[in-house]
Design a protein around this ligand. Structure first.
Ligand SMILES: Nc1nc2c(ncn2[C@@H]2O[C@H](COP(=O)(O)OP(=O)(O)OP(=O)(O)O)[C@@H](O)[C@H]2O)c(=O)[nH]1
Ligand SMILES: [Mg+2]
Length: 299
C-alpha cells in the first residue's frame, strides 16, 4: 500500500501526499520498510527555528514568495502549531500563509506534536522523507525552538536558520549553547525595532567568544512583515547549500537520525501489555523503584 502512495507522491500528487502524511501520523505500519526500498531524492531541507513569536511563519511566508519568484516549488512543514503555548497558531499560520495555500507550486502541512515528552513529532523524519519524494524543489520546516526541538530540527534539516528578535537578549543567553551549535544562519527579525543594532552586536560578541566550532555564523537583519532581508537570506542559503558538505557535521546529523530511528524501532518492539503487567507487579512492593525496574526490564 505504501509503495502506491509513494509512487503517487513522486508524480506530484498533493492529495496522495496529504493522505500519506496522515497515515504516517497515525503510525500506519509498513512505512519504514517502504522508505527503505525507495530512492529518496536529495533536495534542500531548511529548518527555520527560534523562540515563540519571533516571526518564523511571517519569514517562511516571505521565503515562499521569493522562491516562487525564482521559479521554484516549495513544500512547508509547520511543526508544533498546536502546542499548548500557542493556542490558535494554526489559524494564525493559515492567515499568514493564506496566499500560498492554493498556489499550485506550494504545499503546506501543519503537524501537531505527539511526542509526550516534547520534541518534534515522532514520525517527523519519515514524513520529511515522504515530502522529499514529492516534486517540490525546496522543503522548509518551521518549528518553535523551545529546548530540544531546535536541536532535533537541525538533525532533520540540511541547513538551519535561527530566527531571533531584538528583545530576545536574555533568552539567547540561556539558549546559547544549542543555538550557536545548530545555526547555519542567524536572522535578526523585527529589525524595525529600535534595539536591533544593539542586539546584533551582542550576538556577534557572543559568537566571537565561542569560536569552538570554527567559522562565524552569518547574521542577517530582516523585517519579515515588510519582506526586507529575504533575498539576502535566500542568497546566503544558496551559498551554504553549494558549499562543500561539511562531512563532520553531516555525519553527526546522520548519526542523530539513526539514533532516532533506532529508538523508534526499539520502542515499537516493546510489548505494552507485558510491560504493564511487570510494572503492576513491581509496584506492589513497598521497595518499588522505577529506575531499578527499568534497568531490570531492559536487561
Ligand atoms: N514589527 C515586526 N513585527 C513582525 C515582524 N515579523 C513578524 N512580526 C509579527 O510578529 C508576530 C508573530 O509572527 P509569527 O510569524 O506568527 O511568529 P512565529 O515565530 O511564527 O510564531 P509562533 O509560530 O507562534 O512561534 C506577528 O504579529 C507578526 O506580524 C517584523 O519584522 N517586524
Ligand atoms: Mg509560526
Amino acid at each position: 500500500m505504501w509503495h502506491q502512495w509513494i509512487e503517487q507522491i513522486q508524480q506530484g500528487d498533493t492529495r496522495a501526499l496529504a493522505r500519506a502524511i496522515s497515515l504516517a501520523e497515525n503510525e500506519t505500519a509498513g512505512l519504514i520498510e517502504a522508505l527503505a526500498k525507495t530512492s529518496i531524492p536529495q533536495k534542500p531541507v531548511i529548518g527555520i527555528t527560534g523562540p515563540p513569536g519571533a516571526g518564523k511563519s511571517t519569514l517562511t511566508d516571505a521565503l515562499i514568495g521569493a522562491l516562487i519568484q525564482n521559479g521554484k516549488s516549495v513544500a512547508v512543514i509547520c511543526v508544533d502549531p498546536s502546542s499548548p503555548f500557542h493556542q490558535g497558531a494554526v489559524l494564525g499560520d493559515r492567515i499568514r500563509m493564506s496566499e500560498w495555500y492554493t498556489h499550485p507550486n506550494v504545499y503546506i502541512r501543519s503537524l501537531a506534536t505527539r511526542g509526550a515528552l516534547g520534541g518534534l513529532h515522532p514520525r517527523i523524519l519519515e514524513i520529511t522523507d515522504l515530502v522529499k519524494c514529492f516534486t517540490a524543489d525546496w522543503i522548509l520546516i518551521e518549528t518553535v525552538g523551545v529546548g530540544q526541538s531546535e536541536v532535533e530540527v537541525a538533525g532533520l534539516a540540511d541547513r538551519t536558520v535561527v530566527v531571533l528578535v531584538p528583545e530576545a537578549g536574555d533568552e539567547i543567553q540561556t539558549m546559547k549553547a544549542g543555538l550557536l551549535e545548530i545555526a547555519d544562519l542567524f536572522v535578526v527579525n523585527k529589525s524595525d525595532r529600535p534595539d536591533a543594532d544593539r542586539f546584533r552586536s551582542h550576538l556577534e560578541r557572543m559568537m566571537q567568544e565561542d569560536r569552538s566550532h570554527g567559522s562565524i555564523t552569518p547574521i542577517i537583519n530582516a523585517i519579515a512583515t515588510e519582506k526586507k532581508g529575504i533575498e539576502e537570506i535566500l542568497t546566503h542559503l544558496n551559498e551554504l547549500l553549494r558549499a562543500p558538505s561539511q562531512l563532520h557535521r553531516n555525519r553527526m546529523l546522520l548519526l542523530e537520525k539513526a539514533k532516532h530511528l533506532l529508538r523508534e524501532q526499539w520502542l515499537r518492539k516493546l510489548d505494552g501489555g507485558k510491560m504493564k503487567e511487570s510494572l503492576d507487579r513491581a509496584m506492589q512492593s513497598p521497595l518499588f523503584n522505577l529506575y531499578a525496574w527499568v534497568k531490570d526490564y531492559a536487561d
